[in-house]
Ligand binder design. Structure first.
Ligand code: ADP
Length: 431
């Protein structure tokens, strides 16, 4: 750690099918420029001219199919090139998916049924740090480059790539994912689980998956284009026990027809036996890239916290959240499910014991909520909360019990779009 020693700008000449792997520091800016040839970062091409800032803390690979010279400017944590990558296998997988999309589109044009006009629903599974999110990005960007609009579904509540952790969400990808801005956020469909681990209330996690799948199914039935483009589904790295059960559940719920298993022979074998034999789901084993950076629990916790910060302050720290105060009486806070992990504050107002794990409980606003995230529900009535998606999030900065006032920050000024809020165990402490 400490102050980063300056590094002069430097050029790398990359042979065809090799990549430059770079880790960016949290607080030292780094930018990259294409000098000659063509290169891409996780499926998105570098522009032919100009510097591209690489977001802080990111770990990237600049890959070239046909050879390139690239230049780095700024201090990095590490940088090295490698010609051992699984990219050819990945792009071949993309080609197979692309053919299926074309087939689905042709079937739709000929008035084919729902089954025939459905493009690939790909689910990417594997242990943590096997490169799942990265493979999803590549498959999406390559498809978008060809004009498809696949739907990205992120079921990873630990390290959400669409919005803050604790959510499951989906969004259409209409162009290659921007290197700087990431996944587009204009129209994500977000369901709020509120914790970073599914074991806290796996039943709620399952119900939310069902709700998300139901909504997507509805959208697909009225949109042949997104139906043919299909889905790319990212999952959690928890692949044992309950984690495995939830994977099976996700495959079934989203009607996945291609399962890509990264970096674990055993998981591949198990899933193959469990699903391929019974249906026409392809379970494919793929190599993991040696470039995938291992992140320990503490690091993952930190990134979770940064993701929450980013929601309010922007990736480039270029947004200014708005601080607001509401009276307790103006909002109603609920919690989905009566799990035991709830903070003391979240005890139900009604006294009866909670039997239904997906039951909605009203919670009292208390000082325990300070530093936590609350989701704003689109529900009109409390009993619609579990089946409704989320408008956005607020971060509680203060609770004044005496005056019955809650202070929070939100990305936008003005009134809350709804009075129905969902409590969570997601916290973020402003440094
Ligand atoms: P998972 O989703 O399986 O947990 P990720 O796809 O998020 O894994 O990868 C873990 C980290 O490794 C991410 O920061 C990602 O950007 C980085 N990464 C993935 N592939 C490469 C690569 N080829 N070179 C350098 N970094 C990589």
């Amino acid at each position: 750690a400490g102050a980063a020693t300056p590094q002069p700008p430097r050029q790398y000449k990359l042979a065809p099918q090799s990549e430059l792997r770079v880790e960016v520091l949290p607080d030292a800016p780094l930018r990259v420029r294409l000098v000659t040839g063509t290169a891409e970062i996780f499926g998105t091409e570098l522009p032919p001219e100009g510097w591209v800032p690489v977001p802080p803390r990111s770990k990237i690979a600049i890959f070239t199919w046909h050879g390139a010279t690239v230049e780095l400017d700024g201090v990095s944590e590490s940088e090295y090139s490698s010609d051992e990558t699984p990219m050819v296998i990945y792009v071949n997988t993309h080609a197979i998916l692309d053919a299926r999309r074309a087939r689905a589109r042709a079937a739709a044009a000929q008035g084919g049924d729902m089954e025939a006009s459905q493009g690939p629903r790909v689910i990417v599974v594997g242990p943590t740090d096997s490169g799942k999110s990265t493979l999803c990005k590549m498959l999406l960007s390559w498809a978008a480059k060809l004009g498809w609009k696949p739907t990205y579904v992120d079921l990873d509540i630990g390290q959400g790539s669409i919005t803050i952790p604790g959510c499951i969400s989906a969004t259409p990808i209409e162009k290659p994912i921007d290197i700087v801005d990431g996944i587009p956020l204009e129209m994500p469909l977000v369901y709020f689980y509120g914790h970073s681990s599914p074991s806290i209330n796996a039943d709620v996690y399952k119900v939310l998956m069902k709700e998300l799948a139901k909504t997507l199914e509805k959208q697909f039935s009225g949109n042949a284009e997104s139906r043919a483009a299909g889905m790319v589904i990212n999952t959690m790295g928890w692949v044992e026990g309950l984690g495995y059960e939830l994977l099976l559940n996700a495959i079934e719920t989203f009607k996945a027809n291609v399962v890509l298993v990264l970096g674990q022979e055993k998981l591949w074998k198990m899933l193959k036996d469990a699903v391929q034999s019974k249906s026409n789901i392809d379970v494919v084993k793929l190599h993991k890239s040696e470039g995938v950076v291992l992140r320990n629990t503490k690091y993952r916790q930190k990134t979770r916290s940064f993701r929450i910060r980013e929601y309010f302050y922007g990736i480039a720290n270029d947004l200014a959240p708005h601080s607001n105060i509401v009276n307790f009486s103006h909002v109603s806070v609920y919690k989905i499910g009566g799990g035991h992990q709830a903070p003391r504050s979240a005890l139900p107002i009604g006294a009866e014991p909670v039997a239904d794990p997906t039951r909605l409980v009203a919670v009292n606003i208390s000082t325990d909520m300070i530093h936590t995230v609350l989701a704003i529900s689109y529900a009109k009535e409390p009993d619609e909360i579990i089946s409704s998606n989320i408008a956005g999030f607020i971060h509680v900065t203060d609770v004044d019990i005496q005056r019955k006032k809650l202070t929070y920050i939100a990305p936008c000024p003005g009134d809350l779009p709804s009075r129905l809020l969902i409590a969570s165990s997601l916290t973020w402490y402003e440094a």
